[in-house]
Design a protein around this ligand. Structure first.
Ligand code: NAD
Length: 357
């Protein structure tokens, strides 16, 4: 393993040991920290694996309760990117970045320029794109400092591609679980009306699905009600809604001890990274007969867009998410396990070259 984890001096040796242990258990890779006092940048870039190519992954800019929370988030996300790239059969490794969002960003340009320099220092081993809390305009700023960036205004917002892939994944899950060939009249709840949630609602509305949505940001979800006639529910009520599909498109770990017994759906299929709080929850869903579409397979459309320039080739690649998920659901069914508990094994077969396809 290529380890170059930079020590933060304030970390105690006990915490360091935990971090290295955690890094080792996830199969890392290297992790880089940057503090730039002038711009206020506090950022972590985690590179999980570069075996199949450079580590392309988004940069998340959200508040974190602690550096440790940010570190755990970026590590889990980076690992998921390795597996996502492998399942998407792209020549890429896996990495991710976080910028710990300050209470007030006084100079966003300076912040993202400093972040761009940080990305550049890694010499192309990590290629940045967007994630929660960052957008195309931010990546344009990053591009002033490094060529190792995607999702700039040249390449466009990845969210419509992600949403298209999630829609294809929902179609595959509905076919597998409910034996339906289309989404007409299928009731789908969407948590989050942000970048992906909005475009997913648009896709699903055009196919005749019945939609219920929530967001902590009222104006975001009201826009979906105005444009697509979705029913709005308060954020904490989304889990209780009886529906065919629940599509989490907000933040991670939403399927947890508190929410899992409220769910009254047949399928969980959404864009959220690390939607399951733990593997235990995959098992519980499986035992309840709820089909789970693994996040990093279903939400790979944005990654595909970041890498593939040709429009037709991109669309075909995104449409292929249907077949990838169908094959995964079938293999999971044959083995009587949750797709979430078999997908890592399949991705590892691809990353380490033991897969037959
Ligand atoms: P976003 O920040 O644009 O949207 C997230 C939305 O969720 C926001 O509108 C926010 O107000 C809302 N939200 C936050 N907490 C909530 C809660 N408790 N209940 C309801 N709504 C809540 O992010 P996005 O780009 O749409 O991404 C959504 C998820 O999909 C993230 O987990 C992201 O990592 C993942 N993802 C996004 C992409 C992409 O192309 N944008 C690609 C792959 C995965």
């Amino acid at each position: 393993m290529n380890q170059s984890i930079t020590k933060l001096s304030k970390f105690s040796s006990a915490v360091d040991a935990d971090i290295f242990e955690h890094a080792s258990s996830l199969g890392f890779g290297d992790i880089h920290f940057k503090h730039d006092p002038d711009s206020g940048l506090r950022s972590i870039i985690a590179i999980h694996n570069t075996r199949r190519g450079p580590a392309l992954g988004g940069c998340r800019c959200i508040p974190y309760p602690s550096t440790e929370a940010a570190l755990h988030d970026v590590m889990n996300l980076a690992r998921a990117m390795s597996y996502k790239a492998a399942m998407a059969k792209l020549p890429l490794g896996g990495g991710k970045a976080v910028i710990i969002r300050p209470d007030h960003i006084t100079d966003r340009e300076a912040l993202f320029e400093a972040y761009g320099s940080f990305v550049d220092e890694l010499g192309g081993r990590y290629i940045s794109s967007v994630d929660s809390g960052t957008g195309v305009a931010d990546m344009d700023i990053v591009a002033r400092k490094t060529k190792f960036v995607r999702s700039t205004s040249d390449g466009g917002d990845p969210s419509p591609s992600t949403a298209m892939g999630v829609r294809r994944g929902i179609e595959a899950a509905v076919k597998h679980q409910l034996k339906r060939d289309d989404l007409e009249g299928t009731h789908i709840t969407i948590q989050g009306a942000g970048h992906v949630g909005y475009y997913l609602a648009k896709e699903l509305h055009s196919l005749g699905a019945i939609l219920t949505m929530c967001d902590v940001n009222n104006s975001a979800v009201e826009r979906c009600a105005d444009e697509f006639g979705v029913t709005i529910v308060p954020a904490n009520e989304i889990y209780k809604i009886t529906a065919d599909v629940f599509a989490p498109c907000a933040l991670g770990a939403v399927i947890n001890d508190k929410t899992i017994n409220k769910l009254n759906v047949s399928i969980i299929a959404g864009a959220t990274n690390n939607a399951l709080a733990s593997n235990k929850h995959a098992l519980i869903l499986h035992n309840k007969g709820i089909l789970y579409a693994p996040d990093y397979v279903i939400n790979a459309g944005g990654l595909m867009q970041a890498w593939i320039r040709d429009e037709q080739a991109l669309r075909e690649k995104i449409y292929g998410i249907y077949d990838t998920l169908t094959a995964l659901f079938n293999r999971a069914k044959e083995n009587h396990v949750s797709p979430a508990l078999i997908v890592d094994q399949i991705a590892e077969e691809i990353i380490f070259g033991t897969a037959s396809n």
